[in-house]
Design a protein around this ligand. Structure first.
Ligand code: ATP
Length: 255
């Protein structure tokens, strides 16, 4: 099997690979058949290192994931030199390049190319042909997302749209934080509504009357703790509330 990290570029289409911080014999880090690999030691290829791709790749690195970053822009690759497991300047629409980099062997691949929709779709179709199991793709519009979904990409994300909606909930002042974990179901962080101060959750009627569940509570100056029926709410508490989106939002507005 190809060992892209050990190969020097050959020919005009060879990707320029950088293996920051490595000395001595190079070993292949990416592959499902690596006996040393534990279930949590995922390898992820991030294709396209714009703001979204970079932020994602660096966060994965912080979680001890092995990250192969690919971008066609030299300055981007240079700026990430030493910060990812491997960072490569290459055109990801080139099937031979992706194979040479062992992208098909990565546990997961993220297509973080947005504005060049043609490139995004070409890469998506190549990855589907490689039968990569976990493919995530960023969409910049509903139409882009629809095409990716119709192609068969299992995870299509809309970062700008999702962040816009999230910020709207925070700007409107109803909640401190908001995540729609599934369509129509959300987790919100909110202050404790005044009317529940001094009451135990079990007697508060919150679930019955508002259709939401308080799952965790943070008393002022303390750490988060799981909520129980005996948890007594105090002024200054912060709550994590789960439930149907509209009800969770409505509950947040009580605060
Ligand atoms: P962001 O909002 O994340 O900054 P963007 O929408 O402004 O992204 P995009 O056009 O999505 O920018 O490009 C993201 C990155 O993908 C860029 O750094 C770009 O160089 C890279 N890219 C685009 N096409 C390819 C390709 N065919 N091969 C490799 N990288 C590519």
């Amino acid at each position: 099997m190809a060992k892209p990290w050990t190969q020097s570029p050959q020919g005009p289409q060879s990707p320029q690979t950088r293996t920051p911080g490595r000395t001595g014999p190079r070993v292949r880090l990416f592959g499902r058949d690596d006996p040393a690999r534990t279930p949590s030691a995922h390898s992820v290829a991030v294709i396209g290192l714009g703001r979204f791709g970079q932020s994602l790749a660096l966060e994965l690195m912080a979680e001890d994931v092995q990250v192969l970053g690919i971008d066609e822009r030299e300055e981007v690759v240079q700026s990430l030199d030493g910060q990812l497991t491997h960072v490569v300047r290459a055109d990801a629409t080139d099937e031979a390049v992706l194979r040479q980099l062992s992208v098909p062997d990565c546990d997961r691949v993220v297509i973080a190319i947005g504005s060049d929709i043609e490139a995004s779709i070409l890469v998506a179709s190549l990855l589907l042909r490689f039968e990569v199991e976990g493919i995530w793709a960023k969409a910049v519009s509903d139409a882009h997302g629809l095409v990716l979904q119709q192609l068969g990409i299992p995870h299509v994300v809309f970062p700008e749209k999702d962040m816009g909606r999230k910020v709207a909930h925070m700007v409107s002042g109803s909640v401190q934080d908001y995540v729609e974990v599934d369509k129509g179901f959300a987790v919100v962080r909110t202050a404790v509504p005044h009317r529940f101060v001094g009451r135990a959750l079990g007697d508060s009627g919150i679930r019955r009357e508002h259709g939401v569940t308080v799952s965790s509570v943070k008393h002022e100056g303390q750490e988060w703790e799981p909520a129980t029926a005996d948890t007594v709410l105090a002024a200054g508490d912060t709550l994590l509330v789960t439930g149907p989106t509209r009800q969770a939002e409505r509950f947040g507005r009580l605060a």
